[in-house]
Design a protein around this ligand. Structure first.
Ligand code: PA5
Length: 447
C-alpha cells in the first residue's frame, strides 16, 4: 500500500493540533458518505472503484483494442478533468522515450489536443497526423467546451478525409453527457461508439470513468489493476476507518492545520519526471475544489531534482508560506548502476557501483532535511513502485482527501463557479450570438 508520513510536519505544528481535527474530519467523511454536505449531487466518484464491474471494464478494453488495432496515433481531445487524469496515468506508467519510437508494435502513440487554443500547436499536430492512421477520443462532459470542440472539429474532418467516413466511425469515440451538448449530438448523428460521463461525477473526479479509463486502456495499461488499487484505497479511507488510521483524513487535517498556521501554498514534489502529470492532475483537483470564497491553499508543483536548480532557492529561502508534499517511489522498475572510470576526470568514482536511484534517494533525503531546516514542513507519500495498482491507490487517496479537506475548509469542493468568468468574456469578445450586451460592455471598457 502507499504510505503517508506526517512526522516531518511536527516541527511546525503540534500533534495535538492535528488530533484536534478528529471530529471535523470524521464529520466531513460522514457527510461524503451520507451525501449530506455541499455539492452532494457530485459524489458519484466516492464508491466508483467498487462499483465498476468486470463486464464494463472488459467492454472498455474491447473498444480500446479496436483503436489499438486500427491506429498508429490516438488523439485524446479534452481539457482539465477531461484529459489530465488519463495523461497523468499514461505518462507515469509509459516509457519516457516511447513517443520517439516509429515502430508502434500495436500500441498507438497517444497525443493530446483540445487543451489549448494555440494555432501553432494545432497546425503542427494536424500536419504531423497527415501521414498517420489516427483516431480520436473526444472527451467533454458539457460537450460544448470551446478548446475541445474546436480541436475536434479539425480532427474529425481530417480523420474522415484521410480514412474515409466508415473507418472514421470506427476510430472516433465520444465520451460525453448522456443527452445534452454538441458532442452528444455529433456522436449520435455519426454513430460513434460513445460512453457517458455520469451526471454525478465532475471532470476532476472522473479519472476512473471512461474519461480516464479508455485512453489508459488504449495506451496498453492495465485498467483492472488501476481500479483494483483505487478499490483498496476506497476501503483504507472509508468512513468506518478511525481518524488516526485513515490516511486521507490525516492528510486533510494536516494540510488544513498548516494552512491555518500561514502555509498558504502546498508544493507537490516528485523525484521522477514520470509523475509530472500526476502533479498537473493534482493541481486541478485541489485548485478547483478548494480555491473559492477567497480561501484555499494554492496548489503548486515541482519536479526534483530538476527544479531544485530553478525553484530550489525560493523554496529554501523565500517567503515562508509553503509546505511540501513529496510523492516518492521506493523501488525503481529498472536497474542502472554507475560505472567506475579509470581516469575519474569527473570525480564520480565515489559513486561507482551504486544504483542511480541511490543518488536520487540521497538527493531526496538531503533536500527534505535542508527544507525542514529552512522552515518548510514536509508531508511524505511513498509508493512501493510505479505501477497501475499504486497509481490507482494514489489517485483515489487524493480524491477522497480532497473531499474531506474541502469540507473542513468550509467550501463546496465539487463546484467551480470561477471557471466561467473567462469564458463569458471570451465569447463576448468573439461576438458569439447571445452575448451582444456583454460585447458592448467589454468593448467600451477596452476602448
Ligand atoms: O473539472 C472540471 O469540471 C473542468 O476542469 C472540466 O473538466 C473542464 O473544464 C472540461 O469540461 P468539459 O468536460 O465539459 O469539456
Amino acid at each position: 500500500m502507499i504510505k503517508l508520513t506526517i512526522e516531518k510536519t511536527f516541527e511546525f505544528i503540534s500533534r495535538a493540533s492535528v488530533a484536534a481535527y478528529k471530529q471535523r474530519a470524521t464529520d466531513a467523511l460522514r457527510s461524503l458518505e451520507n451525501g449530506t454536505g455541499k455539492g452532494n449531487d457530485f459524489l458519484g466518484w466516492l464508491h466508483l472503484p467498487s462499483s465498476l464491474t468486470p463486464e464494463f471494464l472488459s467492454e472498455l478494453k474491447q473498444t480500446a483494442q479496436r483503436l489499438r488495432d486500427n491506429c498508429e496515433v490516438v488523439v485524446v481531445a479534452g481539457i482539465g478533468g477531461s484529459y489530465l487524469g488519463a495523461r497523468a496515468v499514461i505518462e507515469s506508467l509509459s516509457n519516457s522515450f516511447g513517443i520517439y519510437e516509429t515502430e508502434r508494435h500495436g500500441s498507438p502513440l497517444i497525443l493530446y489536443a483540445g487543451h489549448n487554443i494555440s494555432e501553432d500547436y494545432l497546425y503542427e499536430l494536424t500536419s504531423y497526423l497527415k501521414t498517420k492512421t489516427f483516431g480520436v477520443i473526444n472527451i467533454s462532459k458539457s460537450g460544448t467546451t470551446t478548446e475541445t470542440a474546436l480541436a475536434f472539429r479539425l480532427l474529425k474532418r481530417q480523420c474522415e478525409e484521410q480514412r474515409g467516413k466508415e473507418m472514421a466511425k470506427q476510430v472516433i469515440v465520444a465520451i460525453t453527457d448522456a443527452k445534452k451538448g454538441a458532442a452528444r449530438i455529433t456522436a449520435d448523428k455519426e454513430g460513434y461508439t460513445s460512453y457517458i460521463i455520469p451526471d454525478n461525477i465532475g471532470g476532476r473526479f472522473s479519472v476512473l470513468t471512461p474519461v480516464g479509463l479508455l485512453p489508459i486502456a488504449v495506451a496498453g495499461l492495465d485498467i483492472e489493476a488501476l481500479v483494483g488499487g483505487a478499490r483498496e484505497m476506497e476501503v483504507a479511507c472509508g468512513v468506518h476507518v478511525p481518524f488516526e488510521e485513515n490516511p486521507a483524513a490525516i492528510y486533510a487535517a494536516v494540510r488544513n492545520e498548516l494552512y491555518k498556521q500561514g502555509k498558504k501554498i502546498e508544493i507537490l514534489v516528485n523525484y521522477n519526471p514520470k509523475l509530472h502529470y500526476v502533479s498537473e492532475w493534482w493541481k486541478q483537483l485541489y485548485g478547483e475544489s478548494e480555491g473559492k470564497e477567497h480561501k484555499g491553499i494554492f496548489p503548486a508543483a515541482v519536479d526534483f531534482s530538476t527544479d531544485l536548480h530553478s525553484m530550489g532557492q525560493w523554496i529554501q529561502d523565500g517567503e515562508r508560506s509553503i509546505f511540501e508534499t513529496v510523492v516518492s517511489i521506493e523501488q525503481t522498475n529498472h536497474a542502472l548502476t554507475i560505472p567506475s572510470d579509470e581516469e575519474n576526470l569527473d570525480g564520480l568514482n565515489f559513486l561507482a557501483g551504486k544504483h542511480v536511484d541511490e543518488v536520487n534517494k540521497m538527493a531526496e533525503l538531503g533536500t527534505q532535511l535542508a527544507h525542514i531546516d529552512g522552515g518548510v514542513p514536509n508531508i511524505h507519500i511513498s509508493l512501493p513502485r510505479l505501477n497501475e495498482r499504486y497509481i490507482g491507490q494514489l489517485l483515489y487517496f487524493f480524491e477522497i482527501a480532497c473531499g474531506i479537506s474541502g469540507y473542513i475548509l468550509g467550501v463546496n469542493p465539487f463546484d467551480q463557479p470561477g471557471v466561467e468568468a473567462y469564458k463569458k468574456n471570451m465569447f463576448a469578445l468573439l461576438d458569439k450570438p447571445g452575448y451582444e450586451e456583454e460585447t458592448k460592455r467589454l468593448r467600451t471598457r477596452l476602448s
